[in-house]
Design a protein around this ligand. Structure first.
Ligand SMILES: [Zn+2]
Length: 500
């Protein structure tokens, strides 16, 4: 089955056909490093992380490039406020980003180029645009002449006349037409600047991605991605510059990730609704946050809130708890070949079918849920008597979880370790007195051993009041912060999450 992907450029879902058989180049616009990465960007980067992982799972040799914008007005302004050197401030936030990205289990891209390290490429590209007559100098600045590039706005599909009417010229800009945009900005005091043929200055915002994608992926490449907010003007301008300079098609497929709403309010720094990824990760498990991001199709808007996070973590607990049960049942044995119950392999094909359909991770999670429902049934209410068949089927299901985990970046931890961390978080969050709980659990065990069931029942009730549940297992009593969770958590519906 071919992979189908929604291409913003064509406005429809189309078959993903690599420019070179078996290989794919993907460029994702990375963070502007003037502060900590916020949760909206984290969603975008997680979506593309899973796209890259899935393309590799499907056997493609993927080259993944995600840049750092380390020369920018926002950085200069932040540096002015903190009294730091702008390049040093950006370098600091590059490291902070790397720390956060790794905490969210994001793959390191193959190349993470920085603007400040690609000035020669940028200068060459601007020179070429000048030579082709689509760029002009004005008072030390260089601008792209939108009027000289007729396919302009083919990505955002905006109406040029409306745009002209709405465009405004910023103070200090020296452009001929309101839609023209800066390729090079003349140096101002206190700003980072490099020597160029037009005098000292620094690149405009958009030119970096044209220059760096060409350097690492070639003038034409397969997939360009980013957040929905980048379509205009950033991607539109990248596209115009690149195609005007090379005379070749730029990215073949453009993918855009939807907005993250913060309890309904559009994720926007200007509105001040900024939640840092780091803050979110101090409250919720990284895999649970990934689960939450992936539970809605990447093109759809997603609402962020405390409830959604706790639901996602409860869902992950149910998965890990089930994995623990499977592992306890299989005890590391590999059941030999033989019959299985039902069609346990079908979950993997459901998973692939969902991912082939425009990387529908929400549909993929529905397949994952199917695996765990099947495993719980096999363990708790086995539909077949033959234990070898049950164990062989569980083993097939377990192997599918392993394969899917690597693509979604979920369930990659050891169940015991993950569950222990989850318990610790719940104990802290709910202010449960661990010492008291453990004393009561021990007293109850002693009462049971002495066949004093009235006392045992009273102690169980007391534990319940402390919001603690207990389970009597062959290896002793296990306690856990009370769940309002597991099966009551709505299972992601892959169909409703699908958009066409
Ligand atoms: Zn970009």
């Amino acid at each position: 089955m071919p992979i189908r992907v929604f291409n913003t450029l064509s406005g429809q879902k189309e078959e993903l056909v690599p420019l070179e058989a078996g290989k794919l180049g993907i460029y994702v616009c990375g963070p502007t490093v003037y502060s900590f990465v916020h949760i909206g960007n984290a969603r975008t980067f997680t979506s593309f992380d899973v796209v890259v992982r899935y393309l590799r799972y499907r056997g493609y040799q993927v080259k993944y490039v995600r840049n750092f914008t380390d020369v920018d007005d926002k950085i200069i302004n932040a540096a002015r406020e903190s009294g730091e050197d702008p390049i040093a401030l950006a370098a600091r936030y590059v490291e902070e980003f790397r720390r956060d990205a790794s905490a969210l289990h994001l793959l390191e891209p193959d190349v993470s180029p920085k603007v400040s390290e690609h000035i020669p490429e940028i200068l060459r590209l601007i020179r070429r645009l000048e030579e082709r007559g689509v760029a002009y100098r004005s008072d030390g600045d260089v601008y792209f002449a939108v009027g000289k590039y007729s396919p302009y706005a083919k990505l955002s599909k905006r109406n040029l006349e409306d745009m002209k009417a709405g465009a405004r010229v910023e103070v200090g800009e020296q452009k001929r037409e309101p839609l023209d945009f800066a390729l090079w900005k003349a140096a101002k005091p206190g700003e980072p600047a490099w020597e160029g043929p037009w005098g000292k200055g620094r690149p405009g915002w958009h030119i970096e991605c044209s220059a760096m994608s060409a350097r690492y992926l070639g003038e034409s490449f397969d997939i360009h991605g980013g957040g929905l907010d980048l379509i205009f003007p950033h991607h539109e301008n990248e596209l115009a510059q690149s195609e005007a300079a090379s005379g070749k098609p730029f990215a073949k497929v453009w993918m855009h990730c939807g907005f993250l709403d913060l309890e309904g309010a559009k994720m926007s720094k200007s509105l001040g609704n900024v939640v840092r990824l780091r803050d979110a990760l101090s409250r919720v498990d990284a895999e649970a946050l990934r689960y939450f991001f992936l539970s809605t199709h990447y093109r759809n808007p997603l609402s962020f809130g405390d409830k959604s996070l706790s639901d996602a973590e409860a869902r992950m607990e149910y998965f890990y708890e089930t994995l623990r049960k499977i592992d306890a049942r299989l005890k590391g044995k590999e059941p030999g070949p033989g019959p299985v119950h039902g069609e346990p392999q079908k979950f993997l094909s459901d998973f692939e079918a969902a991912m082939d359909d425009d990387f529908n991770a929400a549909g993929a999670l529905a397949a994952v849920s199917g695996i765990f429902a099947a495993a719980n049934e096999l363990i708790d209410r086995p539909p077949v008597k033959d234990k070898a068949v049950v164990e062989r089927t569980l083993s097939v299901l377990r192997e599918q979880v392993r394969r899917i985990s690597r693509v979604l970046g979920l369930l990659e931890d050891a169940p015991e370790a993950w569950l222990a961390r989850r318990k610790e978080r719940l104990v802290k969050e709910r202010g449960i007195d661990r010492g008291r709980v453990e004393a009561l659990v021990k007293a109850r065990d002693d009462a049971r051993r002495a066949k004093d069931f009235a006392t045992a029942d009273r102690l169980r009730a007391e534990l319940k009041e402390l919001q603690v549940e207990i389970m009597d297992t062959p290896s002793g009593t296990v306690w856990w912060p009370a769940r309002e969770i597991s099966d009551s958590v709505p299972v992601t519906d892959g169909l409703s999450a699908r958009i066409s």
